[in-house]
Each structure stands twice: as C-alpha cells, then as structure tokens.
Design a binder for this molecule. Sequence first.
Ligand code: 16G
Length: 262
Amino acid sequence: MTDLSNGFFADGPVALPSGGPLYLQLKRWIEDAIHRGDINPGDALPSERDLAAKVDVSRVTVRKAVLQLVQDGVLVQRHGSGTFVAPPTQRVEQSLSQLTSFTEDMARRGMEVHAQWLERGLYLPSPEETIILGLSSGDQVARISRLRLTGETPLAIERASLSARVLPDPTAIGNSLYKHLDKTGNRPIRAIQRIRAANLDEENAHLLQVPVGSAGLNIERTSYLASGRVIEFTRSIYRGDTYDFVAELRIGDSPSNGGNKP
Ligand code: 16G
C-alpha cells in the first residue's frame, strides 16, 4: 500500500477535471499528473480503497479508471505488489538522410515489426491523390493503411496511396511495401518528407494506445522513382514518445568559412 502522507497523493483537496463520467474524470486526473511529472514511471498508485477515499469516489469508479489506464499502457499492474506508472517506451532513432522502409529501420535495431491492417483496396482517387501521384482520368488509387507495431507496442499509423497501375493488388504486399516495390522494379530512390507536430485525436490516440491529446508527429512522405515520377504518397502519424528523427548537418558553402574549401 502506498504512503499517502507525502508526495502527490498527499496533496489535497482533489479537483477532478470536469465533464464526462466520473471514472473518465479520474482517469484524466491521473494522466495529467503523469504528464506534468507529478508522478513518474515506477511510482506506485495508492490502493483502490485509499484512492477512492482520497478522491471521494466509489471503488468501482477507481477500478474502471485504473483498468482503462492499464489497457492504454499508462499504468502497469504487478500481481501482489500493486499498480505503478508504466516505464517510458524505448525510443527509436530514425535517420533523416537515408531513404529506408519501416521494416528495414526496425530490422537494423533487431526489432521485429508487424502490421495491423486498417484499410487496403482500390478506390477512386481524391483530387489531392490525383495531383500528387500524377494520375490520369479513370485511374484508380491503391490505398494501404496500417498500424505498425513492434511486439505489443504500436509505433505508427501509415496511410499510403499509390497508383493502382503500380500496385494493382494491394493485398499482395506482405509485410513490407518497399520490398514489394523492389520486386516489381518500383522502389523509390528519393523522397521529400515533411514533419509536423500534432496532438493526437481520439481515433489515432486509441490506435496508438496513448491518451487523447498526446504529442505525435505527422509525417508526409512523397517518394520518387529515378524517372522523376511520384510512386508513393504516405501520411504517417508517429508516437511522439517513441521516435527521434535525427539529421546529420554539415557546414555549407559561405564566405565566412572560405567557401568550405577542403
Ligand atoms: C516508412 C515510410 C513510409 C513507407 C514505409 C514502407 C516514414 C515516415 N515513412 O515508414 O512512407 O511507406 O516506410 O515500409 O519513414 P515497409 O516497407 O516496411 O512497408
């Protein structure tokens, strides 16, 4: 049982965030405390009974809030010893100078990935897809949306669009889109990537198993063949707590460094 006489849980009185059912208010109160750093990975939560008394809610309400936080990966329960704030997820570094696939990035780290399909099929293209992929009228677009996971941990959601001419059967790609494009002679050799900060909405937060509003990275990748033709347009959402994008910077040509002469 946790000592309630000092630390965050000793502070009082408790003011739950307003709105929604009581267990969700309690859940948000705990999440907010973790985000602020008032309670940290490894810290124990008070027992169900103590927390119920402290917050002035029923034990059933506490149980429901804790259960959801465990399912979201925010808390962990250890049999016999209690409930704790979950350890932070291992961060992954991805180079911004190499055009690699998700599968290759993870394999290099000895991590095995798998995908949960969210959507795959042929569709009428949106005006945006028509322009970016350079489609002609009557062309279809192949869309593949995947949740990418390592073990039980979701890392990213990727929604890719390609011309149906290069991917007539979106079910044929197996585990790796780039491996499939390689086999068919369509692997991109260059890409432009745009990265933006985002707070995750309910749908994406749920898929990535993080609290709604958590930090995420919205990434758009437009990939090109050697011919200059766009082969892939992918919108990805990466969990902000698992990814570091790393770029190598070199001093450029400028009068102040003597034109960067060797
Ligand atoms: C990367 C790419 C994505 C590409 C995917 C292919 C980013 C932000 N995105 O995740 O555009 O479609 O790799 O991976 O890096 P795969 O070959 O494992 O399916």
